[in-house]
Write a protein that binds this ligand. Sequence first.
Ligand SMILES: Cc1cc2nc3c(=O)[nH]c(=O)nc-3n(C[C@H](O)[C@H](O)[C@H](O)COP(=O)(O)OP(=O)(O)OC[C@H]3O[C@@H](n4cnc5c(N)ncnc54)[C@H](O)[C@@H]3O)c2cc1C
Length: 389
Amino acid sequence: MYDAVVVGGGIVGSSVAYHLARAGVDAVLVDREDEGRATDAGAGILSPATSSRTGSDPWFEFAVEAVGYYPDLVTALRDEQDGEVGYDRSGLLSVALGDEEVEAFDRAADRIEQRQRTLGEPDPDSYAEVTAAQARERFPALADVERAAYYDDAARVDGKLLTAALRRAGNHHGLEIRTADAEELLVKDGAIAGVRTDAGTVEAASAVVAGGAWSPAFGDQLGVEVPVEPQRGQIAHLDLAGGGANRTGADGSGSDTGDWPIVSPFRGHYLVPWPGGRVAAGATRETGSGFAPRTTADGVREVLDEALRVAPGLADAALDEVRVGLRPVSADRLPILGGVPGVDGAFVATGHGATGLQLGPYSGKLVAEMVRGREPETDVSEFGIERFE
Ligand SMILES: Cc1cc2nc3c(=O)[nH]c(=O)nc-3n(C[C@H](O)[C@H](O)[C@H](O)COP(=O)(O)OP(=O)(O)OC[C@H]3O[C@@H](n4cnc5c(N)ncnc54)[C@H](O)[C@@H]3O)c2cc1C
């Protein structure tokens, strides 16, 4: 009999499981490794201050705390396991190309200023307007933009690497990991008794549903609605290493793509550079896509058109791969975290939508605290599943 079983091993479930194991809880992680796992496709931008979602106070305040937790987590993971963690500090360029984007650029700058006044975030020294030439010095493939601002307090995370590190570190603390399909939660006398999987029953005193877009499957058994839907995202990975826009810098500075900033224009798309000549160009946001994690001609065209509009210097890059993930989007686009009323030992950690790489590791920490019967260090009662009743 385990203390806890976590269903779903994306970044959220892996974080819950890791934090449980780190606290000495006897836990098991059950993951089906679905194709379309959002974590494997995520772009990895960690920058609440410049996010288009800064309009939502609950989201913004939680995101600032969640991203603030990353450095501590990364330090712990570097101690607790040997592999790469996939996290790095990075700059971020907000750029505007046409009139409509200039308006959005000004609105975003106003929002940032307002946040600085009311919440003290972001640090005023971290955000400044730069010229088009200065922007291109930092991102050599960039178009001749009309306006640009540089924010030097962003970070990027490779969701796959971080999740693998959480699992290895969890394992080091005694976490057991099983690849299996959790078919049914076992509920006895109003309390969790375990999970039935296609590879046998796992008895446990508590269960955490962290199944990303697949989480609603457990709603009926728990007597609640889990209003989460898949939103498909296609993201193209370009490889500049073999040629194309020179990855050693237009100015011959020799900077690698690993030093280039994230580029964030104002049509919901972005470019995320990684070391070794890789630039990820994302992403589509397809509601109504259902559970069909596949590329489409239209989706690939959309992300490539937008990438080349903003950074024509990428035109000759090789198209390395197109990743597809299903974002778990909740009805109000906020995460769903905490206990399920009426079923002792049942918890949910899902609904992180387009920002689960930013929020997920911290959500996992807080839900692990709740599973252990503690008050979470940040009050997340407004993210409870009761709000949908
Ligand atoms: C293209 C794209 C770009 C993105 N960019 C960013 C970004 O820049 N910044 C950001 O913060 N976020 C980003 N996101 C969002 C982020 O990736 C997601 O919010 C996050 O990964 C969700 O994690 P999760 O663990 O909830 O779900 P997932 O990663 O989808 O994992 C769910 C897991 O649960 C398993 N599972 C489900 N049901 C069962 C079951 N019954 N039994 C066993 N296992 C089960 C699945 O197999 C899967 O492994 C992006 C997403 C996409 C698709």
